[in-house]
Design a protein around this ligand. Structure first.
Ligand code: SAM
Length: 308
């Protein structure tokens, strides 16, 4: 959604932009081009491999680029360390990159065999294999149902707990085969691989993705200049709901109970929502990139504070 990101972020020459999900730096490059000749881009990613790729991709922009490894939930700490109070725009393009999905050794994909890791930063937290070895059946069921909306969550969780005594789950194909065995395949031309939802759910759990997003939404608007913009692209309904609700709360301001006829709290809206409805990828984009089918973009602009 490159065109839409530029439309809503509206980068300007001389502006300072934070890309919290740098990946291979496709969007970052466009932001730097659109904010030429003096715009600055701060790029964050949890994954050190993404930073290596991004560094090569952004080399022509020289000192207009600052790259750091880290979680976007800690964007405030990174900005403080760089001596930057606030920025003109923030982009969060959530989830995993194609590069991560296409690297079997990272364990994100059920299409090729690899270790069941799934950590965006493999030096932090515990791997998917550890979760599958240690979590109770009820916890696994919750993860698959909540983060994957998996219909067969209970059945798959019980089968994992049954099998893991004899056969600990250590590779992606081992898990994919078990799921194919116990969960009926979907029907019709749009059917997805039966392991799709469980792999997504495990990845979201292993990386604490919803917690990171919640914290980032609390911080991002505070670190925007007045008139600065936040653009978020989600791939999951739970993420999109969180973004929509956070934007709505900030744009409403008033926190008085609905039974009061007049506002007594005096809270003012802090932001203006720029996307009345969720923005989706165009048909031509989804033809070239099927992953874009589930992408949803929302954007907001920070309003001047009282008296500004
Ligand atoms: C969809 S890709 C971004 C692609 C990028 N916009 C581009 O144009 O190449 C998501 C990237 O964000 C990173 N990521 C996901 N959650 C993160 C988080 N909480 N903090 C920092 N990086 C994160 C992933 O490691 C991945 O590289």
């Amino acid at each position: 959604m490159a065109g839409e990101v530029l439309q809503y972020l509206a980068p300007q020459n001389g502006g300072v932009y934070l890309d919290g999900t740098l990946g291979g730096a496709g969007h970052a490059r466009l932001i730097l081009e659109a904010s030429s000749p003096d715009g600055v881009l701060i790029g964050l990613d949890r994954d050190s491999a993404a930073l290596v790729a991004a560094q090569a991709n952004l080399a022509p922009f020289g000192d207009r680029v600052v790259l750091r490894q880290g979680n976007f939930s800690e964007m405030g700490v990174h900005l403080d360390q760089l001596g930057i109070d606030n920025v003109d725009g923030i982009l969060l393009d959530l989830g995993v990159s194609s590069h991560q999905l296409d690297s079997p050794e990272r364990g994100f994909s059920f299409r090729e065999d690899g270790p069941l890791d799934m950590r965006m930063n493999p030096t932090e937290g515990v791997s998917a294999a550890t979760v599958l070895a240690e979590a109770e059946a009820d916890e696994l069921k919750r993860i698959f149902r909540e983060y994957g909306e998996e219909r067969w969550a209970g059945k798959i969780a019980r089968a994992i707990v049954n099998d893991r005594e004899k056969n600990p789950f250590v590779t992606t194909l081992q898990l994919a085969e078990l799921i194919s065995r116990v969960a009926p395949a979907g029907k019709g031309p749009q059917r997805i691989h039966p392991a799709t939802r469980v792999f997504q759910a495990l990845r979201i759990h292993v990386n604490g993705e919803l917690d990171s997003l919640r914290t980032a939404l609390d911080t991002a608007w505070l670190r925007l200049k007045s008139g600065g913009r936040l653009v978020v692209i989600s791939f999951h309904s739970l993420e999109d709901r969180m973004v929509k609700q956070a934007f709505r709360a900030l744009a409403t301001g008033c926190v008085c109970p609905p039974r009061l006829a007049v506002c007594v709290c005096g809270e003012q809206p802090s932001v203006r929502v720029l996307t009345r409805k969720a923005v989706r990828a165009t048909e031509s984009e989804t033809e070239n990139n099927p992953r874009a089918r589930s992408a949803v973009l929302r954007a907001m602009e920070k309003l001047p504070a009282k008296g500004e």
